[in-house]
Design a protein around this ligand. Structure first.
Ligand code: ARG
Ligand code: ZN
Length: 472
């Protein structure tokens, strides 16, 4: 914490020149990024959001999104101004009820100057009125808004918020959400959490969704389109809402045969990861042509293409595993992505074992043997892959090999105690790869830095297969 020293002369001059409160001179702008070395402009400094309330209207015919975002935040420094990350067109900003000046800067920054500076440690309410056509906006040349024939979807990692709501866009600043979206009758608006209410008036239907546990900004999702919605309840009593585009063609059966097993799979995962952390579950499949899935909190996003060869329960396992590894415990920085993807992949290997399709050890042996030492796969370091390789297959597969190596080194009892203990130790917060290594050492009572260095941080193929007695 740095405070500039103000001379009485400077103070007098400042208050003479403008009607700035005397204290304003000690206030400074919040940083335009939260301090993530992979993505220096992502997130922002100087405040912490606790809640987003989004009240929106979306018209599929022209891909127009409009409404109001109300953010509840707390300052972490004295602020003369601060940024949000956002791409749509803003018409008005209010801070603590008063009109604030705003401007855009950089690729996705909305710079807000309140009429009065904000003191450290105080609560702030920010209201942003906006509208725009998300599909017309790009940042760094790309978009995470997936326009469909009958609507649109916000789903992308690390970026997806910029196209639909203003935020402090980094997993380190999680918040609760109310997302209420009005769409033309016959169209649905799908988001995270519980469906609090639906109401119809004058040709429009409003869907109001609530996430009452902290959620990272990239894990908030919005999908608008014509969906068939199914409802169920898990054995453990959690309501499940799934949504399938009415336009899935030949993929419809395989998508349902996978995602309708969400409750069963979530209950199975609790055996490895402990209690399911949220009060809602589900999945949705819009009619998008893209090919990835995303662990959007409580209700993952899936692409139709991923069901081209029949049911894909392994994918459902992957996205649901992220509810603990990625959502409940988020990455502190994007370099920590192994904590998400290595574990979600390992859960798929455990599912394979459960389904009688090969044990985790057999899959590890196969993955290790199938890639010769000169395969560039081994040059990617899962523990710090770089932004360009954040979702490289090595983060997933070598990341899971690291877990098999850990399991063989410390034994099943400690390994599964770690798998189950970790998400609840850092629940609703964030953690780093370092935190995990220290946690594993604490639970197992073993020195593990050598093992993790070999499997996560060396740009070469580890000499011993995961199956062998890994060097400690
Ligand atoms: N976390 C996602 C998954 O493993 C990966 C998303 C990759 N993002 C992307 N835009 N392709 O399922
Ligand atoms: Zn994943």
């Amino acid at each position: 914490m740095h405070r500039r020293i103000i001379t009485p002369g400077a103070l007098a001059a400042a208050s003479l020149l403008l009607a700035i409160p005397a204290s304003a001179a000690s206030h400074s702008p919040g940083a335009p990024g939260i301090g993530d070395p992979y993505y220096p402009a992502y997130g922002n400094g100087g405040y912490d959001v606790s809640h987003y309330d989004l009240r929106l209207t979306y018209q599929p015919a022209d891909d127009r999104l409009a409404g109001t975002a109300t953010l509840l935040a707390r300052t972490t420094q004295d602020l003369s101004r601060f940024n949000l990350d956002f791409l749509l067109d803003v018409s008005e900003v209010r801070v603590n009820g008063s009109k604030a000046a705003f401007a855009t800067s950089g690729e996705h920054e909305l710079q807000i100057t309140p009429s009065r500076p904000l003191a450290e440690g105080t609560s702030v309410t920010v209201v942003v009125r906006y509208s725009g056509v998300p599909s017309s906006k790009r940042a760094y040349g790309f978009t995470s808004w997936l326009r469909t024939a009958d609507g649109g979807v916000a789903a992308g990692e690390p970026e997806s918020a910029w196209w639909w709501y203003p935020s402090n866009d980094h997993p380190r600043d999680k918040a609760t959400f109310d997302v209420s979206v009005q769409v033309p009758d016959g169209t649905q608006a799908i988001s995270n959490g519980t469906l609090q209410a639906t109401s119809s008036r004058a040709g429009w239907t409003r869907y109001s969704w609530r996430s009452d546990k902290p959620q990272a900004t990239y894990l908030a999702t919005l999908a608008v389109g014509r969906f068939d919605v199914t409802r169920a309840t898990t054995d453990s009593g959690i309501p499940v809402i799934n949504a399938y585009s009415k336009d899935l063609g030949g993929h419809d059966g395989a998508a349902r045969a996978s995602i309708e097993r969400t409750g069963e799979i979530a209950d199975w995962l609790t055996g490895y990861f402990g209690p399911y952390p949220y009060n809602a579950l589900g999945g949705y499949v819009p009619n998008t042509t893209t090919g990835y899935a995303l662990e959007t909190q409580t209700r993952p996003f899936y692409s139709p293409r991923q069901f081209a060869n029949g049911a894909n329960t392994s994918l459902v396992v992957h996205e649901l595993a992220h509810q603990w590894y990625g959502d409940l415990v988020s990455v502190s920085q994007w370099r920590d992505i192994w904590i998400n993807e290595g574990f979600a992949r390992y859960a798929q290997w455990l599912w394979s074992e459960h389904e009688g399709e090969g044990t985790a050890q057999e899959i590890a042996d196969y993955v290790y043997a199938s890639r010769p030492a000169d395969d560039p796969f081994w040059t990617v370091r899962p523990g710090d892959p770089g932004p360009e390789n954040q979702f490289h297959l090595a983060v997933y597969d070598r990341g899971a090999l690291a877990l098999q190596a850990l399991r063989n080194a410390i034994g099943d009892e400690d390994f599964f105690a770690i798998l189950k203990g970790w998400p609840h130790t850092y629940a609703h917060g964030d953690a780093s790869v370092d935190d995990f290594v220290r946690y594993a050492e604490r639970v197992s009572g073993e020195r593990l830095t050598g093992l993790f260095d070999t499997w996560l941080f060396q740009p070469s193929k580890p000499g011993a297969p995961a199956a062998a007695d890994a060097a400690l």
